[in-house]
Write a protein that binds this ligand. Structure first.
Ligand SMILES: Cc1cc2nc3c(=O)[nH]c(=O)nc-3n(C[C@H](O)[C@H](O)[C@H](O)COP(=O)(O)OP(=O)(O)OC[C@H]3O[C@@H](n4cnc5c(N)ncnc54)[C@H](O)[C@@H]3O)c2cc1C
Length: 380
């Protein structure tokens, strides 16, 4: 057992950090204020290879693994959680469905451009009536000759405003329940797809998140991922991987918030000394850094297990449950340590608090994480 990153992992972590500080940090506040993701930044993320880290070179990936991917999402999210989730949804939700369940044809046509051609992916599972219980899908896909015709709508689709490729889940046989759900890969410009307005949100406001309507969208039968009826399995497998991304995002938010607070309390003087000189402040920071390090070990354990091809679903759930709770605890305390300035937009701490909340909700709420973990413990 080794708890240290390798030389190469440390070097890549430094490179991800340098990219985040140079390219992302200067845009973060404006993306939050304008509620718009910067498409110039999206291109830079693709060009720098940050949208293809854990995929094999065969289809244009970087040949890295989920440790590198987690390190990258953590560094990006330290400065901007909206960028972290934009990369994460593309990588571990959209691309992973194609990588694991695409045919050679769909991999060539869609995965290669997503990894090496600057194209961006999104993942549409959640519907207005199907959230935690994703089995309640109402979107339908009906086979008609050599294509499926899709009708329905999805809510909360991250990246939808600028995505080129949509992974979509729809019922091909309602009578079969979860076994009647199928997964499709769809060109974003297919007639009948309408992306709604950006949904106005509490946090990760720089990310794109929309309702998407599908009206008589005709998709070649060859765009089915896996077999008909395998959609629920594909969706859940992708979410296991995605949860490592969200956990790494939460970790980044937590560490970014604590770093910001530490820098502040070392400078800010009250009662004749820096606030950092008070033992209460020191003990608080010690507790928070310990909580972050514990969450980090869980994130790396999940990433290492996935990279090694070992079972990792419950590890990913534990990592997300712990890291998201940590992000919320640390961001709340960071605002407190900055006092009134923590509450002001220009100091950045309140953005971390607003961004942290979603990590307890998307890609499975904390309650759903507990269901996954309890399920793995075979309690009854
Ligand atoms: C900003 C944002 C981005 C998102 N991005 C995407 C995306 O890209 N693609 C996508 O498909 N979806 C996406 N989602 C959807 C997200 O995954 C869902 O919102 C989430 O899974 C919860 O579903 P819900 O909102 O319908 O809540 P509900 O399922 O209605 O849950 C409401 C509350 O009830 C609790 N609850 C539900 N069932 C139980 C139970 N059995 N026991 C105990 N408590 C329970 C939940 O934990 C939660 O606290 C996104 C959501 C947001 C807000």
């Amino acid at each position: 057992m080794n708890f240290n990153l390798t030389e190469e992992q440390l070097a890549m972590q430094a490179a991800y950090r340098a990219f985040a500080e140079k390219e992302v940090a200067p845009l973060a506040e404006a993306m939050d204020e304008t509620e718009k993701f910067d498409l110039g930044l999206l291109k830079k993320l693709h060009d720098a290879g940050l949208m293809r880290i854990p995929y094999a070179a065969e289809y244009g990936g970087e040949g890295g693994d989920y440790i590198y991917y987690a390190l990258c999402v953590e560094e990006l999210s330290k400065v901007d959680a909206s960028t972290g989730i934009t990369v994460s949804v593309h990588t571990s939700l959209a691309c992973s469905c194609l990588d694991s369940f695409g045919s050679p044809g769909t991999k060539e046509k869609y995965l290669r451009p997503l990894l090496a051609g600057g194209k961006t992916g999104c993942y549409g599972l959640t519907e207005p009536g199907a959230g935690s219980d994703a089995a309640g899908q109402q979107t339908v896909a009906v086979l008609d000759g050599d294509s499926y015709v899709i009708n329905g709508s999805k809510i909360f689709t991250t990246n939808a405003q600028f995505a080129d490729v949509f992974i979509l889940f729809a019922m091909t046989d309602k009578s079969l329940g979860t076994k009647g759900i199928s997964a499709f890969v769809i060109d974003g410009d297919t007639p009948g797809i309408k992306v709604g307005e950006n949904i106005r949100r509490m946090g990760i406001r720089g990310a794109s998140n929309c309702e998407v309507y599908y009206e008589n969208v005709r998709v070649p039968a060859a765009n089915l991922l896996g077999k008909e009826g395998e959609g629920f399995k594909i969706a859940m497998k992708a979410l296991d991987a995605g949860r490592i991304g969200v956990a790494a995002q939460a970790l980044g938010i937590a560490q970014g918030a604590l770093d910001l607070a530490v820098a502040y309390v070392k400078e800010r003087q009250q009662f004749g000394k820096p606030i950092a000189a008070f033992q209460n402040t020191q003990f608080k920071i010690a507790d928070l850094q310990t909580q972050i390090d514990a969450a980090r070990l869980l994130v790396y354990r999940a990433a290492a297990a996935k990279s090694a091809g070992a079972p990792y679903g419950s590890y990913a759930a534990m990592a997300k449950l712990t890291a998201s709770r940590t992000a919320n605890d640390v961001a709340r305390e960071a605002v407190q340590m900055l006092g009134g300035y923590g509450y002001c937009r220009e100091y950045g701490a309140e953005r971390k608090l607003r961004d942290a909340k979603i990590t307890e909700i998307y890609e499975g709420t904390s309650e759903v994480m507990k269901m996954v973990i309890a399920g793995s413990l075979r309690l009854g």
